[in-house]
Design a protein around this ligand. Structure first.
Ligand SMILES: [Zn+2]
Length: 270
């Protein structure tokens, strides 16, 4: 059994903010990498417990968030930039997992929720609102690979179950901020929903290890999230202090081509 694990940093227990943890120049970036890698390693152990014989971990956070010295030895690591769709996925994998996933932009009650960047206000494909999670589920499903486990904050887990009702989820923290982030600038949005109640990292890892094993046992029951072509992708950028919101539309019959397309933004008149 081959397992594909996409990773991110913002949905990891103990990662408290973007401005302290998200990028190399931030004071707790190394702690963020450590916490992320140990959650991912817990998922790898769960996969090993379920009998997986090959596991690929993809370092999906924009600046990278995997510390190779702490990664479970059973996993191979795809890292380095530039990296784009389909992030090393192909039809030889049997299951996909997402560890450290945050909710999409504007999520009520999310923690550090955003879509690609804090500057994106909304992303839809065929009028279905999707975040990074939805896009990841779609490109793995493109190869026939179902996503069987998502870990992240409570809102990310709810977003996963809205797309795939019987998917395994682990919620490792819960954002306190209620209400959407509509109308904020990207900078305001990055500081909008920073408060959260976190599980202890050890407890988060215990839950993730168990859920990864259980998800692989349930593999046959969990169907991929998929949207049928033809596709229209609409992306809306938040206003800045100087400029109004901007919108881009992309069209394709092929999902991977759609996700890879450069986005040309036009000002919105609002
Ligand atoms: Zn990230």
């Amino acid at each position: 059994m081959r397992v594909y694990i996409m990773t991110d940093l913002e949905g990891v227990a103990g990662v408290l903010s973007w401005h302290d943890y998200g990028a190399p120049e931030h004071r707790y970036y190394e702690i963020g990498r450590e916490l992320t890698t140990l959650e991912v390693s817990a998922a790898v152990q769960g996969c090993v417990d379920a009998g997986a014989d090959e596991i690929l971990v993809v370092d999906g956070h924009g600046h990278g968030a995997i510390n190779q010295k702490l990664l479970h030895p059973a996993a191979k690591l795809l890292a380095g930039r530039p990296m784009g769709y389909p992030f090393g996925c192909n039809e030889t994998f049997d299951a996909a997992m997402m560890i450290g996933q945050h909710a999409k932009s504007n999520t009520d009650g999310g923690h550090l929720s955003h879509t690609g960047s804090f500057a994106v206000e909304e992303l839809t494909i065929n009028e279905v609102s999707v975040g990074e999670m939805g896009c990841n589920m779609l490109f793995t499903a493109y190869f026939g690979v179902p996503t069987v486990l998502v870990s992240g904050d409570v809102a990310a887990a709810e977003e996963a179950r809205a797309l795939v009702p019987n998917i395994e989820t682990v919620a490792v923290k819960e954002g306190l901020k209620r209400g959407p982030a509509t109308g904020l600038t990207g900078e305001q949005n990055a500081r909008h929903n920073g408060a959260a109640i976190h599980l202890h990292p050890d407890e988060a890892r215990r839950l993730i290890r168990n859920a990864a094993e259980w998800a692989l046992h349930r593999l046959d029951e969990i169907k991929p999230f998929w949207l049928e072509p033809p596709y229209e992708l609409v992306s809306i950028l938040r206003r800045t202090d100087q400029e109004p919101r901007k919108i881009a539309r992309c069209h394709s019959d092929d999902l991977l081509e759609l996700l890879r397309m450069p986005r040309t933004y036009q000002p919105m008149d609002d």
